[in-house]
Design a protein around this ligand. Structure first.
Ligand code: SF4
Length: 301
């Protein structure tokens, strides 16, 4: 009798499918994924692969980005309710208002955003390439959407730019408080704190290293230290344990957990491959408009 892994592999062959998972997906999904990465890696990977079907185990904006960059491919998102709350924390009216009242402004859109926001923006960025890309923009004024914490982090690195902030945030990273951070550091003296720039300014102030999820992973792998405090989503612990079996990783609190990222399961992946649903579908015009800032990001990065 065919077990679930055999079934998954058979369906992958039949549908010419590749399974991509974000670092924050549950361990079982990361185990069976063909590729695991952060949003920048996953956004660009799909179009370089020959497969006709992409199964995106992340949240909706990632499936949208994959569809925008690979419009001819079928993009499946095993649980369509896996949405990122931060992706919705800005709107096109706000963008229009800023454009109307501000000269020499670039609208910079974090990839953790809806396709609608991307389509109204000048360029997209990820947490790993945001500083580089914003530094290369000719405009002095930067309207950064939707994440205020990442915007403040970039502003500190690029004082020559003038930022207009939008009040969006990631509930997981924003929820890591300074008080908890100081407590974790006191409990583990001498242990380095590795933090994601979606954390608040007052938390980042205590970090020994600030970087995207993949940069945190690279740092922990290459460092000679044998213990770290991690200030990002707990899903990264799967890869950290795989790459660094002899190192110890502590979290800052016990709520570094993104409910949406945990919604995709192996059973739902199998069902999506069997039924061809849920599929990410976007209108042609929409894809063309949202593709420009994503392509500009890929070029500038
Ligand atoms: S971890 Fe934060 S930014 Fe990422 S999907 Fe969850 S809520 Fe959105």
């Amino acid at each position: 009798m065919e077990n679930s892994i055999d079934k998954l592999n058979r369906l992958k062959r039949e549908k010419d499918a590749v399974i991509m998972a974000h670092y924050y997906a549950i361990d079982e999904v990361q185990e069976i994924a063909d590729y695991i990465g952060d949003s920048f890696y996953l956004a660009t990977l799909g179009r370089s692969l020959p497969n006709k079907t992409i199964v995106l185990c992340g949240v909706d904006f990632m499936a949208e980005s994959a569809k925008i960059l690979s419009p001819d491919k079928t993009v499946l998102i095993p649980d369509f309710t896996a949405t990122c709350p931060m992706a919705l924390m800005a709107d096109t009216d706000g963008i229009e208002a800023v454009r109307k009242h501000t000269e020499d402004v670039a609208v910079v859109c974090y990839v953790n955003s809806t396709a609608e926001l991307k389509a109204s923006s000048d360029v997209c960025v990820t947490s790993s390439n945001a500083v580089k890309i914003v530094s290369e923009l000719p405009q002095k004024n930067i309207y950064f959407i939707p994440d205020i914490n990442l915007a403040k982090y970039i502003q500190e690195k690029l004082p020559e730019k003038h930022f207009i902030f939008n009040d969006g945030f990631c509930c997981v990273h924003d929820g890591i408080t300074e008080e908890e951070t100081l407590k974790a550091k006191a409990e583990h003296p001498g242990v380095k704190l590795l933090a994601h720039p979606e954390c608040k300014e007052e938390t980042l102030r205590h970090a020994d290293f600030i970087g995207s999820t993949s940069q945190i992973l690279d740092y922990a792998i290459s460092s000679e230290d044998d213990a770290f405090i991690i200030a990002t989503e707990v899903g990264i612990l799967y890869k950290l344990a795989q790459h660094c079996p002899n190192k110890t990783f502590f979290t800052v609190n016990n709520t570094q957990f993104c409910k949406s990222m945990k919604k995709n399961t192996v059973e739902k992946i199998i069902e999506a491959l069997e039924t061809g649903e849920p599929e990410m579908v976007l209108q042609g015009d929409f894809i063309r408009n949202a593709e420009k800032p994503l392509t500009r990001m890929v070029e500038l990065a």
